[in-house]
Design a protein. Structure first.
Ligand SMILES: CC(C)(COP(=O)(O)OP(=O)(O)OC[C@H]1O[C@@H](n2cnc3c(N)ncnc32)[C@H](O)[C@@H]1OP(=O)(O)O)[C@@H](O)C(=O)NCCC(=O)NCCS
Length: 277
């Protein structure tokens, strides 16, 4: 079904952050105003408004990274407007936009989303899951200082694509804590989310160093914590389970129009989030 003619296509600007946030809040998601601002300023967020200047009822974001990859996320439709093809139409705009930039569209899909994306040609890559837990209030401690250039370089190496702007944005946010490993070969970032502290990305040389970094990050935060971990990391999963974390939901990495991303990189242990990869 084509989207209703009563709807107006828009590209979101900075003034639209509160309305975007209202949509992600209504879906119970963890993104903050800072996240919406980042999608709007660094990528392109396609939206649909009810009438010429009515409320925002649907969104989808395209966020290009260096190296020919473009992230698609924030596919949200107000509950009253679902099942009319709005998400499909906005997804198509994201895909077309990324293709004009020469970027392969990539996303992390929930099982329901996966079915919709398979229909439009996305292919499955690796499996991951969101883990959720609660940690006790930490001893008061000074936030560690992490060298942004080192973090950006390690992240680019682990992801195979540059997204320095994303790391720089996370690092300058109030409430962010970042840790570099002693040998400066890995790092982890914990940032504030709407519903929980989000841990990730976490880049390390091997799984045991990843676990040390995770423990350092958890020692610096309190309350509810989310982290998105590729299923490949069995030791990390086992540790999370024994620490009382639960597997909240599954995702699958998907890509369109290039070789599917079959396996997570050897150094990427926790993603920045399904909305960023
Ligand atoms: C999922 C969602 C975006 C679908 O929006 P929509 O405008 O109703 O979807 P469309 O009508 O374009 O899509 C056609 C079908 O594919 C499904 N679909 C499309 N995109 C989807 C997606 N990203 N995730 C799950 N299902 C999706 C829809 O449920 C719809 O099913 P239907 O046959 O029962 O109508 C909407 O229900 C929503 O905002 N849900 C909460 C947020 C969410 O889960 N976003 C997706 C994260 S991957």
């Amino acid at each position: 079904m084509a989207p209703s003619e009563a709807l107006t296509s828009v590209i979101l600007g900075p003034a639209d952050v509160p309305e975007g946030l209202a949509l992600s809040d209504a879906a119970g998601w963890n993104q903050t105003a800072d996240d919406w601002r980042l999608f709007i300023t660094q990528g392109r967020v396609f939206g649909l408004r009810d009438g010429d200047a009515g409320p925002l009822v649907a969104t989808a974001a395209a966020l290009p990274y260096e190296g020919g990859i473009g992230w698609v996320s924030m596919v949200l439709v107000n509950a009253a407007w679902r099942h009319q093809g709005l998400a499909t139409a906005l997804m198509a705009r994201c895909v077309a936009h990324l293709r004009t930039l020469g970027a392969t569209p990539v996303l992390d899909a929930t099982p329901a989303g996966q079915q919709a994306y398979l229909r439009i040609g996305f292919e499955d890559g690796f499996a991951l899951a969101r883990w959720e837990g609660t940690v006790a209030a930490p001893e008061a401690s000074a936030a560690p200082a992490a060298d942004a250039a080192v973090v950006q370089a390690l992240d680019a190496q682990a992801n195979g694509c540059g997204r320095g702007f994303l790391l720089a944005d996370f690092l300058q946010r109030a409430g962010t804590r970042a840790h570099l490993s002693p040998a400066r070969t890995g790092f982890v970032i914990a940032r504030e989310g709407r519903r929980a502290t989000q841990i990730g990305p976490l880049v390390a040389e091997d799984e045991s160093s990843a676990l040390s970094l995770l423990q350092a990050a958890l020692a610096g935060v309190s309350g509810r914590v989310f982290l998105d971990v590729p299923d490949r990391w069995a030791a990390l999963r086992a540790w999370l389970e024994q620490a009382g974390f639960t597997r909240q939901r599954a995702f699958v990495r998907m890509s369109l129009g290039a070789a599917p991303i079959a396996s997570v990189n050897d150094r990427l242990f926790v993603l920045a989030g399904p909305e960023f990869g």
